[in-house]
Design a protein around this ligand. Structure first.
Ligand SMILES: Nc1ncnc2c1ncn2[C@@H]1O[C@H](COP(=O)(O)OP(=O)(O)OP(=O)(O)O)[C@@H](O)[C@H]1O
Ligand SMILES: Nc1ncnc2c1ncn2[C@@H]1O[C@H](COP(=O)(O)OP(=O)(O)OP(=O)(O)O)[C@@H](O)[C@H]1O
Ligand SMILES: [Mg+2]
Ligand SMILES: [Mg+2]
Lengths: 256, 256
């Protein structure tokens, strides 16, 4: 049975894709068969691992509406043990077309059930905003990791995020648990960042991961080369932080 | 007749709210009656001008579904000539409830028609993702300003943004024009930023605003005080950049 982890936060630009891609790559490189699922029509996770979303013969959109069976793409040439279910802009149509479908919130959950035995970890990248796609992602997952920037506007949105997780647990996915909150793009020099960290600790206590994912230009360059940070710059601060973070996630999944 | 400007980009966290709030504040402080409309259920623009979204007696949600007439809140105590139509998390429900309503894409357009004569500028902050709310925003506007971070993932999404604007122009709003693209959170020291700037110039030419909105911690601190940057730190690099940008916008609106 795979651990299915959603990387989710309605707030935009907080590092969901960067965390999904680099966590998946680190889990894969330490020997765990891992599937990355790109539930964002922007297809950022797809291009961040070097897959061209325009050339896809099948996409998540066709799989979710039942036209194709899921067919993960292996990335073994550069990233052993890593597969991806890629997406493209067609997925944006799912938002409006899902509306009248049977079981519209559980489409992804039933797609992943058929893949459950093949992988140890399935990492779901979700879009910003509360939408049918992000609801599908939370309904399919066992656990949620919430990336948060150490910024005021991102902190303000956290109460929405936890309220959404609770609503999904009550109505669609009773097993859904918050695995933890991880601070992204951390720059320890600013007073604002220190205040936000203290605030997070006060509200979420042990649910805040110890690893802070530091701000580093290398991390924002890596997607333009289609590589996760551990392949692009293995000795960089970003690679060390994501490797450490993936160890914490493995440990938290075993304990939960 | 007001100039109705949508601040829009499906990519999350690129500075839409920061640009909508600070542009509106600069237009207001140079004497133009300005209305800021918060079309994002996160309510970031609402809290960034110091309005408590939990205490609202009416909200944009009720106005859009026809329960209330629009009733802008004046912010004159701190920001003369500035009003806001605030929002709260109820607005997320509009996403699913609008679906069966008459004219679901034009709800905001008909709301603003009744306010058109009272303001010189109406600035619309939109949510990330392609959704009924962001489609409403583009259908209500005459012109669109697209904030872009000088980052690879943000650049990649630009083709989706221009495709969406073209689709809206063909089907829902024939007058919609791209006013321009503005670079946000600019940090000239990184090679990536320079490459992205060159790339933008090559594709969009004169449509790229000359002002670059520099990255500055003061800008991300200002929302926690409920103030735009020109009130929070009038002499900061962020305040100077947004003042300059608002002059460019006024000029571009007069020419278009
Ligand atoms: N630790 C980091 N250091 C530097 N840059 C980062 C870091 N994490 C993410 N970024 C950059 O910040 C931007 C936003 O990150 P990302 O796209 O992963 O966020 P997101 O939450 O997935 O956005 P969206 O809401 O659009 O899906 C990207 O350009 C990314 O490259
Ligand atoms: N020029 C800047 N310098 C420093 N920080 C900035 C700047 N512009 C925006 N920010 C900060 O970056 C974060 C993202 O900006 P903002 O929330 O305005 O983006 P957005 O596009 O509205 O996000 P969303 O997609 O969630 O609506 C915020 O924490 C904001 O305070
Ligand atoms: Mg993303
Ligand atoms: Mg915003």
């Amino acid at each position: 049975m795979a651990h299915i982890l959603a990387i989710s936060n309605q707030k935009g630009g907080v590092g969901k894709t960067t965390t999904a891609v680099n966590l998946a790559a680190c889990l894969a490189s330490s020997g765990h068969d891992t599937l990355l699922v790109d539930m964002d029509p922007q297809g950022n996770a797809t291009s961040a691992v070097g897959v061209n979303s325009r050339g896809l013969t099948t996409s998540l959109y066709r799989t979710l509406i039942g036209l194709d069976t899921p067919d993960p793409i292996a990335l073994h040439d550069r990233m052993p043990n890593l597969w991806i279910l890629p997406s493209n802009m067609d997925l944006a149509a799912a938002e409006l077309e899902f509306f009248d479908l049977e079981n519209r919130e559980r489409r992804l959950r039933s797609v992943l059930r058929s893949l459950d035995r093949e992988f140890e970890y399935i990492i779901l990248d979700s879009p910003p905003s509360l939408s049918l796609l992000s609801i599908n992602t939370l309904t399919a997952a066992d656990r949620v990791i919430v990336p948060v920037q150490a910024e005021f506007l991102a902190l303000e949105g956290l109460s929405h995020v936890t309220a959404t997780i609770n609503r999904i647990r009550q109505s669609l996915n009773p097993d859904l648990q918050l695995l933890g909150i991880v601070v992204t793009m951390f720059d320890g020099r600013t007073r604002l960042a220190q205040e936000v960290i203290q605030h997070l600790g006060a509200i979420f206590g042990p649910k805040v991961f110890k690893t802070r994912l530091v701000r580093s230009v290398r991390l924002s360059e890596a997607p333009s080369h289609g590589l996760p940070i551990i392949q692009y710059e293995p000795k960089s601060a970003g690679a060390i932080a994501y490797t450490q973070f993936s160890q914490e996630v493995i440990h938290a999944c075993e304990e939960a």
